[in-house]
Structure formats: structure tokens, C-alpha cells
Design a protein around this ligand. Structure first.
Ligand SMILES: Nc1ncnc2c1ncn2[C@@H]1O[C@H](COP(=O)(O)OP(=O)(O)OP(=O)(O)O)[C@@H](O)[C@H]1O
Ligand SMILES: Nc1ncnc2c1ncn2[C@@H]1O[C@H](COP(=O)(O)OP(=O)(O)OP(=O)(O)O)[C@@H](O)[C@H]1O
Ligand SMILES: [Mg+2]
Ligand SMILES: [Mg+2]
Lengths: 158, 165, 158, 165
């Protein structure tokens, strides 16, 4: 068990270090074991420095930087292991336009390995989706599914 | 393996039988606030063996059964069915298609089935764990929880790496 | 003290009942005291039913419905009492376009009583602002303020 | 009363002296992720007498002092000054303009001033409380906290109504 945990940690850590500068357009990050000599109980620390910044405690990161760091960790895990499908509910709500674009672009590089179901209000995530499902609630509090086309009319309305 | 079809009846705001075919690699779900988008995700978690009503935003599990609207009466059961495309045989013991369903009754009891055979909650949970989708997976990020992953305590994060192992 | 608390509760409750259907385009809501006979210790319950829906436990509300309910409570308080200035940091992040529009419109009705400082990524909130301040971080991790005009070019870029 | 000017030096990512004149009724603040928008709000809370470093996202209060970047060295103090326009005399004991400032040193000590006179933290907090901006006010909603207002426990909500009273 210890050996498997360490191997999983090392491969995810390597992928995390590779993907972070892609998602943040620079900067660097890594994962660290809090107690490397006790693999059965050790925790996992995230050290992250957005571009141009010193690495500081995670609590000082901005809302968007926190979301993007978490998404980067998920992408690292998807890259190195088998995750048949992933469900994301408005995970990019706190991101600015540039970061949402990077998010949706990277999603497109992973979808051959993993199927994604993403709930979103953001335009560039909608554009990355190959198919959109609309959910509406008719006046009486009952949900229905409507199929939506990805043409301009929908995106502009949003 | 991928999620091919989701069918739900009487689950939260989906009173009538509703089916969605997720036939693409990236499927987007959009709609106004309160329309039922997050309820769909919770239906998937419910069918995968979620045992806590609180994780589905209810006080008890029974809160997930359609409880009526201004014009419609409450129902007495909720049913969710998932059809998995297993043609890549990620699930070694099953064929091309795997159907998983769960029914919850007002008295709080649940009935699970895999390919029409009655099974226990543990069997459904084990099936998804063997596919890399156990309870600690990072692959499901519910609304508002993405930043909590960074705020969580280092030891709590271990589970994520144990899933990968 | 008890008398003042009850009076404050009653006036806020009345405003809350008035503003809720404006923010939600229908529906109704009210505040209730959990222990009306013990004004020194009672809690305050929020009962809310978005349009077409039965009133259910607050935990079953959607992310956007929760945000909008909280914003409605703040607006009710601002309406009935003196709040010199209010600072809101991306409070409308979970709202869809229609709800953001209602949010920014109502903000405009309150700004004669209360000054607002709002951090936002959403277009219609930017349009409601009479003045926009841009914050940027030059490559070296140092923040600077730039003044931005509210012309089309900025909004389209967002 | 309204907030006319905010000036900060060495507060979080604002290394150099920075001044903002909030001369409108609705002032919007925009910018990319991580640029320093929420830091500005925390500077206002800091000057209003916030005593917990954790509420400003630090581990200790010292974390709010500019701690350097790839090219600049850390500073040893942070200063924030607020100028309030009090021409409506909401603050009865003061004139048209009220200047409030706070300095924090690396050793953790703070110095408060109102109109150039040294005062205690309590005096600054009392000034804002008398203007309807006490610690429990709903008027300040920091990032990510808006939904917590609905999730909070009914008794915890009392404070909001006591502020109004
Ligand atoms: N058991 C139930 N019966 C009927 N309706 C329910 C039930 N449980 C929840 N609901 C309704 O479902 C709605 C919430 O839906 P959901 O959280 O899926 O919205 P959403 O589309 O995700 O919205 P947002 O964009 O704001 O996140 C609530 O308005 C609630 O009243
Ligand atoms: N003491 C400090 N010295 C220097 N920089 C700091 C200090 N404390 C925090 N920072 C930096 O400030 C940045 C966060 O800024 P802030 O939270 O204001 O961003 P924001 O503009 O609100 O972004 P978002 O849109 O993502 O919410 C972090 O990247 C952090 O490194
Ligand atoms: Mg939702
Ligand atoms: Mg912020």
C-alpha cells in the first residue's frame, strides 16, 4: 500500500508541475508530503506561486487562483490515471475570461481519456462542449430538458 | 467506460420521467438559476450509492423525492437509472452495457439493481470504486466546492491520492 | 433592547417581503422568529418560495437562489436603516444574466441612501457603476490601480 | 457619510503608496484574477479595526504586510488611511472630513489615529458602530461568503438585526 501511494503521489506531482504553468501562463507549483518517512499517515501540501509572485501560504491566494489551482490538480490526476467520467458544477465561476479560456482549452485536450459533464454559465465552456443540454423550469416548479443548438443565437443571449 | 444515459423520475424537481443521452465527450448543461441543473448531478451521485441526504442538500434522504409544486402533488418514490457504455471493458466482469438503478421510497428504504438483478448499496459502490470513481475522487466537484479543495487540510487530501493508487 | 430588536425585525421583515418578488420576478418570502416569546435569545428563520415553487428547506435552494435571497435580505436592511457604505465582493458570481440585471437595477434604486463599492466580473454590474477602477498586477507581483472608461471597448473585452 | 478616499502603502500586494477616490455612489472594481481587488477591501476592513488576521485571509495579522515579490524586498510596515466625507454629520462629534489611519509593524503592534490623534482600536470600532457599520453588519460581504448568509444558523442571524436596532 505504501509503495502504491508513493508512486501515485509522484506521478500526480509530476503532472501537476507540468500543467500549472500552462493553466497560469507561467509560475510554478509542486506537491509535498508533510511526513515523507510515514507514508501511511502523511498529508499532502500544495506549494504554489502564480507568475511573478513569491510562493506564499495558500490562504492568501485569490478566489480565482484557488479555483484554478484545484482545477489544475484535478487535471493532473485525470492525466495520469483512469477517470472514466468527470462531473464539474460551475467550477469556473470565479475565473476571469482569460483563465476560463485556458480551462476550456485544456478540457479539450483531456476529453479523449475522460468524458466530461459540465454545468456552466460561461461562454467559452459552452463553446468547448460538443453538445449542450438546456434545463428549464416551467412555471409550476417542474424541471424539463430542452435540446439547445450551439449556434450564435444561444451564446449571444447568454 | 462512459456515462451513456441518465433517466430520472420523481427525483427532486424532475417529477416526470426524464432521459438524457450524454453521447459526447464534453457535455454542457446550461439553464437559469433554480432550473434543476445541480439536481441532475445529484441524481447521478444518488444512483452511484450516495448514502447521506446531506450530501444531496437535503436534511434527510427523503428530501430528494419530488415534494410537489404549486400545481402538482408530491410523489412517493424517486427512481434514477444510469446506463454505462462499457465497451472498453474497464469493468471486467460486465458486458458492453451496464444498467444501474436505485429507487427510494418515502419510508426511506432503497432498492438497487445492476442489470436487473437486486444488489446491495455496497455492490454499486464497489463497482464504481473499481472504475476509479470512489467516494474520495476529485472527478466530481459539486457547486461551490472547488475552492474548498485548496482550503482543505493536508491529511484530508490523502484520500485523493489513495484513489489514484 | 427587546423592543428595539422587535421593531428592527418587523421593519426589515416588511421590506424583505416587498423586495423578494422584485428580485425573483414573483414568489414570496418572509422572516420568522424561532422563539417569539423570548426576544432576547430568539433566532431568525428565512422562509422563501421562488416563483411557482412550494416553500422548502433553505438547503434545497439552488446556488443562485441562495445568493439572491441573501442579497435581498441585505437590500431590505439597506432600505429601512442607515448604512453609509456597502462593500460587495463578487456577490453576483452565481447569478444568471436575468438575475444579475435585476440585481444591478435594484442597486441603482438604493444608491441615493447608500454608497456602494462592488468588485465584479459581470457586465451589467459594471454598467450600473458610475465609475470603474481597474486593478492590475504588473509582472512583478505588485498591484496598481488604473482608471478605466466605461466605453464599449472595455465591456466587450470582458 | 461616505467613503471618499482610500490610501494604502505596503498592504498585501500594494507595495507602493496607492490612492483611490471613490467619488461616485456606485463604484465598480474590476481586474484579472489575483490582481489585488479583494486586497483593497481587506485594507478598508483593516483600517476599520479588524483584529483577526484570519478574517483577512492570513495566518497572523503580520501576513498583511507586503512580503516581497520576485523583484522587490519585503517591507516592515503596512499603512492604510480612510477619509470619510461626513458633511451629513452622521458622525455627530466630527466635522466635514474624518481621517482614520492604521499602521501595523512587523512586531505585530498597531497604531490607530483619528484626525491625527492617536486612539485605541476600540475607539475606531465604536466610531463605525455608531454609523451603523459594526462587526455583524451585512453591508460588507466578502468573496465567497454570500451563500453562507443563507446557510447560517437562525440564532447566528440575530446579530444582523441587532445592528439595525
Ligand atoms: N424534493 C424536491 N421536490 C421538488 N423540487 C425540489 C426538490 N428538491 C429541490 N427542489 C427544487 O430544486 C431547485 C434547485 O435546483 P438546482 O439546485 O438544481 O438549480 P440549478 O439549476 O443548479 O441553479 P443554479 O444555477 O442557481 O445553481 C430548488 O428551487 C428547489 O426548490
Ligand atoms: N502580504 C502580501 N504581500 C504581497 N502579496 C500578497 C500578500 N498577501 C497576498 N498577496 C497576494 O495577493 C494576491 C491575491 O489578491 P486578491 O485576493 O486581492 O485577488 P483578486 O483581484 O481579488 O482576484 P480574484 O478575482 O481571483 O478574486 C495573491 O496572489 C497573493 O499572492
Ligand atoms: Mg446549481
Ligand atoms: Mg477576489
Amino acid at each position: 500500500v505504501r509503495y502504491l501511494f508513493k508512486k501515485a503521489f509522484d506521478t500526480v506531482n509530476q503532472a501537476f508541475q507540468e500543467i500549472y504553468p500552462i493553466m497560469f501562463s507561467g509560475g510554478n507549483a509542486e506537491l509535498k508530503l508533510t511526513e515523507p518517512e510515514d507514508l501511511l499517515h502523511t498529508g499532502v501540501e500544495i506549494i504554489a506561486a502564480p507568475p511573478g509572485k513569491k510562493s506564499r501560504s495558500l490562504s492568501l491566494l485569490s478566489g480565482g487562483e484557488k479555483s484554478l489551482s484545484a482545477i489544475t490538480l484535478l487535471f493532473a490526476i485525470i492525466k495520469v490515471s483512469t477517470v472514466p467520467f468527470s462531473i464539474l458544477d460551475e467550477v469556473e465561476a470565479a475565473l476571469d475570461e482569460a483563465n476560463v479560456d485556458r480551462f476550456s482549452q485544456y478540457l479539450e485536450t483531456l476529453n479523449s481519456k475522460t468524458q466530461f459533464i459540465v454545468i456552466t454559465h460561461r461562454r467559452s465552456t459552452m463553446r468547448a462542449a460538443q453538445r449542450l443540454f438546456g434545463v428549464t423550469m416551467v412555471g409550476t416548479g417542474i424541471s424539463k430538458i430542452v435540446s439547445v443548438r450551439l449556434d450564435g443565437e444561444l451564446i449571444n443571449k447568454e | 467506460m462512459f456515462l451513456k444515459t441518465l433517466t430520472l423520475t420523481g427525483f427532486k424537481s424532475f417529477q416526470k420521467k426524464t432521459t438524457i443521452d450524454f453521447d459526447s465527450r464534453i457535455n454542457g448543461i446550461i439553464g437559469p438559476n433554480g432550473s434543476g441543473k445541480s439536481n441532475l448531478i445529484e441524481a447521478i451521485q444518488f444512483a452511484m450509492g450516495e448514502q447521506s441526504g446531506k450530501s444531496l442538500r437535503g436534511n434527510t434522504m427523503k428530501d430528494i423525492i419530488f415534494s410537489g409544486s404549486q400545481t402538482e402533488k408530491a410523489l412517493n418514490r424517486a427512481k434514477v437509472q444510469l446506463i454505462l457504455d462499457n465497451s472498453d471493458r474497464l469493468l471486467k466482469d460486465y458486458g458492453d452495457l451496464v444498467t444501474i438503478s436505485r429507487i427510494l421510497y418515502r419510508d426511506g428504504t432503497s432498492e438497487y439493481e445492476i442489470n436487473g438483478q437486486k444488489v446491495r448499496q455496497k455492490d454499486v459502490q464497489a463497482l464504481f470504486f473499481s472504475a476509479g470513481l470512489g467516494r474520495d475522487t476529485l472527478a466530481f466537484i459539486t457547486q461551490g466546492k472547488v475552492q474548498k479543495i485548496i482550503d482543505s487540510d493536508p491529511v484530508a487530501r490523502r484520500g485523493v491520492f489513495e484513489e489514484v493508487a
